[in-house]
Design a protein around this ligand. Structure first.
Ligand SMILES: [Zn+2]
Length: 647
């Protein structure tokens, strides 16, 4: 190639060359940063009053008095990076009616031009405190987000209901909080009550950090169950439902939930709370939920969780999962994920520990506690293994990269999730921990297991809930202390490699094989019937045969990348109108799969796309196909040992 300089010289020499009259814009200096949080006491106590009594409009009205020191530019923040979601999912779009005042005189405010979660308030010299008012507009329909407030349940998260001063660690900001609820409602929270006066409850003084970690669930229909014998750290199950009949917990259901607490204590040998409250909403109106806190968890399940117990088997790991987070996630926390306040960027590189190991213990504890039968638990593991074994996106995207998913996409529906991959660090992460568990058991002849890691890594500092952070190296070191092995290489291999097929070494070592046959998987059946899977309606799942999931009235909910349905030209969002010439009904695809098994004739579908009808032919002749675990008698049944209740 010729050097360019002579050409440039030539062009520059041309008169009237407008194109090169200017080299182009120069970047402005960045907007001055918001004050970084410092680990020093905030001078003064914030008081916050939230009024959640307007359930008709689903609005919470918030007033705050925020002490200030002198005047000038005071910067207040609305939480952006939320613990548990690990992402910038703060609900700033729902804040309205914002007003600031001093001694009754309105103050002007501007939003920071570079940070929409930060508000600058012009405070007069000598002011000691400012008054803040705003409305939190919770969703009024699915399109605005998951429902939080109905006429029977309110799920209130304080990160949506508070502005706080920039420049301080959240644990250094004292706050007094009160809450108004509709008349006749009761509530539960990890917050401790100072006094209740009619509809208004004042909580004991706390810190901004503990407030954000302590949501409130409330409603007119509530039942509370003690899950542990009276002792130093009560554990309570607080159930909220749309009707009283959903609050009935049968003795054996309560016994299994109590056993969860005891099995967790035997596993971890500790607890990291002074009291713990499960906040369980049983409702088809509020959103399915699972959000962990140190001393409570938000657990949202469909109606029928107790009333139709066996059908809800898919939901049965929720409580063990969120409870485990009190140890793994809240107390032991990745060093790059912990932040001093809610407007500092989180980094999610260790979510395969935070969520992956929690998934693993959630599965294991549900079996140990008797929340699931061993058979249900094996079906659950089979479904996880088959699902990730069939994820084609594994050929291009390593598991480690999926730890960014909550930031890339805060759970919006995806076009091709099996090709894109989505939050696979949960369940594929769990498979890594089964792999590690069975390896330790095999090498140690059963003398050691991942239980030892749970106790030595998560179980330290009994009673304390000040987070203790860790790095990747700490995890490898902790595993090495249980059983010497090149754990760093073991983990990196499973996190960084790409290729077909989930890591199933742990299954093999546990004495089982993944097999497929025409018997429906019981956990998949539970997911199908739940009605709140993908898209909130009942589905029929043909992932392992036709390669599709169909919702009501033939709407294609998901098409497996590169599966038979994909190859036939089907895409999520299309609607099946007819199957082999007959109008579509709920059983049509299952019958067509059986019919095609005996012939070479493809199944013919008429589908409606956005703007036309088309005929497609799906070539699948393998019959109905569902995953299960089959015992391999050549190896010891290590899975049975893992799932057995501990004495
Ligand atoms: Zn979790």
């Amino acid at each position: 190639m010729k050097p360019v300089a002579p050409l440039l010289t030539l062009i520059a020499g041309l008169s009237g060359s407008a194109a090169l009259a200017s080299p182009g814009p120069v970047a402005l200096a960045p907007t001055p940063p918001i004050a970084a949080p410092r680990d020093i006491p905030y001078p003064g106590v914030i008081s916050l009053a939230a009024d959640a009594s307007d359930t008709d409009h689903r609005i919470v009205r918030v007033t705050e008095i925020i002490p200030v020191k002198g005047g000038g530019d005071v910067v207040l923040l609305y939480p952006e990076w939320l613990p548990g979601t690990h992402a910038p999912e703060g609900t700033i779009d729902r804040l309205a009616g914002l007003k600031f005042a001093h001694d009754g005189v309105p103050l002007t405010w501007t939003r920071d031009v570079a940070n929409v979660f930060a508000f600058h308030v012009a405070v007069p010299a000598g002011a000691k405190a400012i008054d803040v008012q705003f409305d939190y507009l919770s969703p009024v329909g699915e399109k605005q987000g998951p429902t939080e407030i109905t006429s029977t349940i309110a799920t209130l998260e304080w990160n949506s209901l508070a502005l706080y001063p920039a420049g301080y660690y959240a644990r250094q900001i004292p706050i007094d909080v009160s809450l108004t609820l509709p008349a006749g409602w009761t509530f539960a929270s990890a917050l401790e009550t100072a006094r209740t006066d009619g509809a208004v409850t004042a909580f004991k003084p706390t810190t901004f950090e503990t407030l954000i970690d302590s949501p409130v669930y409330a409603g007119p229909h509530m039942a509370r169950f003690d899950l542990d014998a009276p002792g130093d750290a009560p554990v309570r199950l607080n159930v909220f439902a749309d009707k009283a009949s959903e609050l009935v917990v049968k003795p054996e259901q309560l016994a299994a939930t109590k056993a969860l607490v005891q099995q967790a204590y035997r596993l971890y040998g500790s607890h990291h709370y002074d009291h713990y409250d499960f906040l369980l909403s049983v409702s088809d109106l509020t959103a399915p939920q699972g959000l962990e806190h140190h001393r409570s968890s938000e657990d949202g399940v469909s109606a029928g969780y107790f009333a139709d117990y066996d059908k809800a088997a898919a939901d049965r790991t929720l409580l063990p999962h969120e409870y485990t987070h009190s140890w793994n996630g809240k107390f032991r926390r990745p060093a790059d994920l912990w932040t001093p306040n809610y407007n500092v960027r989180m980094r999610d590189s260790l979510l395969w520990v935070y969520e992956g190991m929690t998934e693993y213990w959630g599965e294991v504890l549900s079996a140990r506690a008797g929340l699931r039968t061993p058979e249900q638990e094996r079906e659950s593991l089979a479904l996880i293994m088959a699902t990730y074994d069939a994820v084609p996106g594994r050929v291009w995207r390593p598991l480690q990269d999926t730890t960014n998913d909550e930031i890339i996409n805060p759970r919006r529906p995806m076009s091709w999730p099996t090709w894109q991959r989505f939050e696979d660090y949960y369940d594929e992460g769990a498979l890594i921990w089964l792999d590690a568990d069975t390896l330790i058991r095999e090498k140690s002849g059963g003398a050691k297991s991942l239980d030892d890691f749970a106790r030595t890594f998560l179980g330290i500092d009994n009673g304390d809930y000040t987070p203790v952070t860790y790095t990747f190296e700490d995890v490898a070191k902790g595993l090495n202390a249980v059983w010497p092995h090149d754990w760093a290489a073991f983990l990196r291999e499973r996190l960084d490699s790409v290729g077909k097929g989930a890591p199933l070494d742990g299954l093999k070592r546990s004495g089982y094989r993944l097999v497929y046959n025409d018997t429906p998987n019981v956990i998949l059946k539970s997911v199908e019937g739940d009605g709140r899977g993908e898209g909130f309606d009942k589905t029929r799942d043909f992932t392992f045969s036709l390669g599709l999931v169909v919702a009501k009235e033939g709407l294609l909910r998901r098409v497996q990348w590169d599966g038979p349905a994909f190859k036939a030209g089907l895409t999520a969002g299309m609607r099946i109108i007819a199957v082999n010439g007959l109008p579509y009904d709920d059983d049509a695809l299952a019958e067509a799969i059986l019919a095609a098994e005996k012939t070479a004739t493809p199944t013919e579908l008429i589908v409606k796309t956005a703007d036309r009808f088309k005929v497609v032919k799906v070539d699948w002749h393998g019959g109905p196909r569902y995953p299960h675990l089959e015992r391999d008698p050549a190896l010891p049944d290590r899975l049975d040992a893992i799932l057995a209740a501990r004495n």
